[in-house]
Write a protein that binds this ligand. Structure first.
Ligand code: ADP
Ligand code: MG
Length: 454
């Protein structure tokens, strides 16, 4: 594969991975050459090589293949040391277990590989997930089965898969012989269909009934798929009857999964059902801090100005995956520019993510919440009245509008009974000042912000 060939492949990659990913990750790759199915690239840091290989390795290989080049491994050489990274080019889902913790108890176990980063050590606990975490810890201790199944549910990117893998790692470490199987409901279905097609149903049943701990992720996937549900139900019952631990996750509570048979819904609620709530500011900040520490420990020193992580925790959505994506972009950016990441740099390099996850609190919501909170009428808030008991809530609502929305000063003024933008600027300043001096005002602001963001 010549440099020109790579040039063409790179262009097609811009479409497959999207412009931002392309600019951050693909374009900076320096193609060195290829042979024997290995394509070699030079990268600025080990981190970049790891990241590209984990997230775009498959796409790169696929595009090379489509262009008629046989590449089955990517090799990343770090610029300074000119030494190949030790991480093999494997996609994220194929992440393999560290050698000291082999994740097998028989060669034919039907499970999916576990992500080695998804351990309890790396799971940050906060109010929104403390119950789910405690229940997972309990199950991971092994011993007599106390609740069966453990049913974890919650929105996308809140840590369900992470907790399940963490349980599997821990169980495996405590009792290496235990047959722990983790797979997604989708994988369960494919295996089932395959067994039907190959007339291997007896083997399939035997295999799944012989495990000690079964974890099925994203079980909402089998809703409406009748024969798969049926088989899942039988497997589930057989295991629970034998006192084997079953752990299930879904994006909703069992009762809310449309297309799931009633008998399954009710069976799933026999054990312990716990939900992961949307993350709050403190949890997001904790996660960011932990990821920065991990990055420093694993890759290199990293300078981030005060306030950058707080800003991200404040502005980026509930979904931890989005938060991680933003941070990873910052890491790449930092390793390219080689100096401290300031708030301005963060804002600029993450503009698209910030825009997308703008939490879309509306001014209307802000005004209504503020009226409720201070017990004033909306008409007063919009009126010219200037008595303190109305002016203060009005200033607070303006401050919230400026802090939580993208509206400009003139736009805000207009909504508040056609006031001038200088009035809004004054109100924002006033509240900022008062927050520093008056703990009651600071508390009001914080409470209102939280209610609006919840
Ligand atoms: P889900 O399965 O609920 O969609 P995941 O478990 O895949 O979410 O989590 C998405 C990403 O966010 C993963 O990389 C995971 O490690 C990370 N993550 C989620 N919650 C936490 C947490 N509490 N602490 C650290 N990382 C977290
Ligand atoms: Mg998941």
């Amino acid at each position: 594969m010549t440099e020109d060939d790579w040039g063409h492949i790179r262009e097609t990659l811009e479409e497959t991975v999207g412009k931002n990913n392309y600019l951050t990750w693909i374009e900076p790759l320096d193609y060195l050459g290829s042979g024997d199915g290995v394509a070699q690239f030079q990268v600025k840091t080990t981190f970049m090589g790891d990241w590209v290989s984990r997230n775009f390795g498959d796409e790169i290989k696929r595009e090379c293949f489509k262009a008629g080049h046989h590449v089955d491994r990517l090799d990343f050489v770090v610029e300074s040391s000119k030494r190949a990274t030790k991480t093999p080019a494997t996609p994220k889902t194929q992440a393999t277990a560290p050698a000291k913790k082999p994740m097998k108890a028989g060669p034919e176990l039907p499970g999916a590989p576990l992500d080695k980063r998804f351990t309890f050590d790396r799971f940050v606990v906060g109010k929104p997930n403390e119950l789910a975490h405690a229940a997972s810890r309990r199950v991971a201790e092994g011993g007599p089965v106390t609740f069966n199944p453990l049913f974890l549910y919650g929105g996308v990117g809140l840590g369900k898969t992470h907790l399940m893998h963490a349980i599997a790692w821990e169980l495996q470490e405590r009792s290496p012989g235990l047959r722990v199987v983790y797979l997604s409901a989708e994988q369960f279905m494919y295996r089932f269909i395959q067994a039907l097609r190959d007339k291997q149903m007896m083997d399939f049943k035997e295999l799944f009934r012989s495990v000690d701990v079964l974890m099925v992720d994203d079980v909402q996937f089998i809703a409406g798929k009748d024969s798969t549900q049926d088989e899942f139900f039988h497997t589930f019952n057989a295991l629970v009857d034998q006192g084997k631990q079953v752990i299930i996750s879904a994006d909703r509570a069992p009762g809310e999964i449309d297309g799931l048979e009633d008998r399954i819904k009710s069976r799933l609620q026999w054990g312990l059902v716990v939900d992961l709530h949307p993350t709050d500011y403190e949890l997001r900040l904790g996660i960011l801090q932990q990821k920065v520490e991990n990055y420093r420990a694993q890759y290199q020193e990293l300078q981030i100005s005060d306030g950058v992580l707080e800003f991200l925790a404040h502005r980026i959505s509930n979904n931890v995956r989005v938060l991680e994506g933003a941070l990873t972009r910052l890491f790449a950016f930092a390793s390219l520019v080689g100096r401290e990441i300031t708030l301005d740099m963060a804002q600029e390099s993450l503009a698209d993510i910030l825009r997308q996850s703008d939490r879309k609190v509306t001014m209307d919501q802000i005004m209504r919440k503020t009226c409720d909170y201070y017990n004033v009428r909306m008409s007063d808030l919009l009126s010219p009245k200037r008595s303190r008991n109305i002016a203060r809530p009005r200033q607070m609502a303006m401050w919230l509008s400026k802090t939580l929305t993208q509206r400009s000063y003139p736009e805000i003024g207009k909504r508040f009974g056609n006031r001038d933008h200088t009035t809004v600027i004054h109100a924002v300043r006033k509240i900022d000042e008062l927050k520093a001096q008056d703990s009651q005002i600071a508390e009001d602001a914080e409470l209102l912000r939280r209610m609006l963001e919840a």
